[in-house]
Design a protein around this ligand. Structure first.
Ligand code: ZN
Length: 603
């Protein structure tokens, strides 16, 4: 493919650029007089040798379609290596670079108090003309040297920022923890997302060389009879992310919309897109975040640093009704044809409380298929009464709600499945009544899930009960392109009977494809999409809008969950967005003929 070629040649160009940048530093020294004949001990005895690290280039991160989504660029730093008598050289360097020499000196004194012998970076990320000036005045700068480092760059800015994560300079506490593993002061460290999760693979291993210095600490050239250790670039990671789909999913969140969108291949657990909105630009961290920028990001009330897809928990609202239904069907309390004792007149009294259906005029008598299709709350309140808290929580815990999915990202949260014990501890023994299971039955109350959990759960329903652990790691290659490691698929069964799953799948297809279904805006011509809307109440503001779906119904290749915070009805907001995602992916896979965004007409 042309795209592949373009990207692999871009990767090769990045590597060549990197190696060229390293050799720039050696040109001056190589031209100087070559010292002959002596061994390291000789040099060391005379204090004439300096061991200099050659930093490894950080591994690249690619999407599954071979687009580079995190790259490494060499950057130049000016580093103080002399331990004593550095004052005059530092003042000269500060003048050359236009820095305030007294604050530079203060910073050095501060660092040296903690680490008396370690090099100190006095200026980072120098511009090419600054590098040239330092080269030109090298004679006046004994004890200072130019060093390169591998600096992260996000070619697509803030896209996929939550899953990629960011790197930034390690702080003194991290340095103390990691110095045994070869980290030096000033090194970059993956601190969020995949950069953190796969730090050990991505960082590579630094090389070193030995440079002769004169009595004043000026570098005279590298020492040829002391072996140079070449750096080994970090491992290149290929992700399961489909970049076209990821970009599309990012673009769904317009006009300051907050929320998350997750797309997974239910046959493997490969995550195809994972978006949290708003996002942030990881380059802010890799260039050394200013306190202004940090305060702006950390204090932003929309929490752009927070990965809503795996760290935010929401009441699932009506998207949860399939689990209530599964519990009732599997325990034999109902069958799919049965009408429940109470028909829906818009509300139902439980104890001394009235629980409303979303439709004030009521739905009348419904069977399970119709109740899911029209999302009748009164139907599910009755299932809640039959199942009780334990019947609902047992099913939730069995399928894996209330636990992390195990995705290869740091900081995933488990959500919450409240059990009888949980309520007794919180509310006191026997002091809660029928309202609790009624709320749970429609995905309200204390039950909390992440968008990722819902995408994975619905995928497993579509996949006849086989739940594949979601993951982003597709494969790892070394810098020559040799395969080092491949994804390992892990799966388990939901523990819901095939018969029940078949009934639920039909009902979910009805939600999208039958007249009166609440998910009509996710309909796609020629393919059966199966999904469920949700409008979840929350104590912090307007309702959250949910849609969770998989397609095609009988052999799903994608499952998605979309949450838009405080946006109102799932049918109006989240469902059309999820529909766009599914439509594009099915077209990319050749399952539908075109990727036009028009919604198929109602039958
Ligand atoms: Zn109803």
């Amino acid at each position: 493919m042309a795209q592949d070629y373009k990207n692999s040649s871009r990767a090769a160009a990045a590597l060549i650029f990197w190696m060229a940048a390293l050799s720039v530093l050696l040109i001056r020294t190589a031209q100087l007089q070559i010292v002959e004949g002596a061994k390291y001990q000789n040099y060391a005895r005379q204090n004439r040798v300096r061991k200099v690290a050659i930093p490894a280039a950080r591994g690249l991160i690619f999407s599954r379609d071979s687009v580079i989504i995190a790259e490494s660029k060499p950057a130049f730093n000016l580093v103080l290596v002399a331990v004593r008598d550095w004052g005059p050289a530092v003042i000269t360097a500060a003048r050359i670079l236009g820095l305030d020499s007294s604050s530079v000196k203060q910073e050095i004194i501060f660092q040296r108090r903690a680490y008396p012998k370690d090099p100190v970076s006095i200026a980072r990320n120098l511009a090419p003309e600054q590098v040239a000036l330092i080269e030109e005045h090298a004679d006046k700068l004994p004890g200072l040297r130019l060093a390169t480092e591998s600096r992260r760059q996000a070619p697509f800015g803030s896209y996929a920022s939550h899953l990629i994560g960011y790197t930034s300079e390690l702080n003194p506490r991290e340095y103390e923890r990691l110095k045994e593993q070869g980290y030096r002061l000033g090194d970059f460290l993956g601190k969020g997302g995949l950069e953190k999760k796969y730090e050990d693979l991505l960082r590579g291993s630094d090389g070193c060389e030995f440079v002769e210095v004169d009595a004043k600490g000026r570098e005279q050239g590298n020492i040829p009879d002391l072996e140079r250790l070449e750096p080994v670039p970090g491992v290149n990671l290929y992700l399961t992310i489909d970049w076209k789909l990821q970009q599309m999913a990012e673009s769904l969140f317009t006009d300051g919309m907050q929320g998350a969108a997750v797309a997974v291949d239910p046959r493997t657990g490969q995550v195809l897109a994972l978006v949290s909105s708003p996002n942030y630009n990881p380059d802010l961290f890799s260039t050394g975040i200013s306190s202004d920028n940090w305060n702006r990001l950390a204090g932003d009330p929309s929490f752009p640093l927070w990965d809503r897809a795996i760290r935010s928990v929401y009441p699932p609202g009506s998207t949860f009704k399939v689990f209530t239904a599964a519990a009732a069907l599997d325990s034999g309390l109902i069958n799919e044809k049965q009408l429940l004792p109470k028909s829906c007149h818009g509300s139902m009294r439980i104890g001394n409380r009235v629980f409303k259906c979303w439709k004030p005029s009521g739905h009348g008598s419904l069977n399970l298929h119709e109740a899911i299709g029209q999302s009748c709350d009164v139907y599910f309140y009755q299932l809640g009464q039959m199942l009780g808290v334990q019947g609902i929580s047992d099913l939730c815990l069995k399928v894996g709600l209330g636990s992390e999915t195990g995705i290869d990202l740091p900081q995933e949260v488990p959500g919450l499945v409240p059990t009888v014990g949980w309520y007794e501890k919180r509310l006191g023994r026997g002091s809660w009544g029928g309202g609790v299971p009624a709320n749970l039955s429609i995905g309200q109350g204390e039950l909390l899930v992440t968008p990722l959990q819902m995408a994975v759960m619905y995928g497993a329903i579509g996949n006849n009960g086989a739940l594949f652990q979601p993951h982003l790691f597709l494969r790892a290659e070394d810098y020559t392109g040799e395969l080092l490691e491949k994804e390992q698929l892990k799966s388990h069964q939901l523990g819901i009977s095939l018969n029940t799953l078949a009934i639920i799948k039909e009902a979910l297809a009805g939600v999208v494809n039958q007249p009166g279904g609440t998910g009509g805006s996710a309909r796609i011509y020629g393919v059966e999409v199966a999904g469920k809307t949700g409008t979840s109440q929350n104590p912090h503001g307007d309702d959250h809008s949910w849609f969770v779906a998989f397609a095609p119904k009988n052999d799903p290749v994608i499952s998605v969950a979309v949450v838009v915070e405080n946006a109102g009805h799932g049918s109006a907001v989240a469902a059309p967005l999820a529909g766009k995602l599914i439509r594009q992916y099915l077209a990319q896979q050749g399952i539908t003929k075109d990727d036009n965004q028009k919604v198929a007409a109602a039958p």
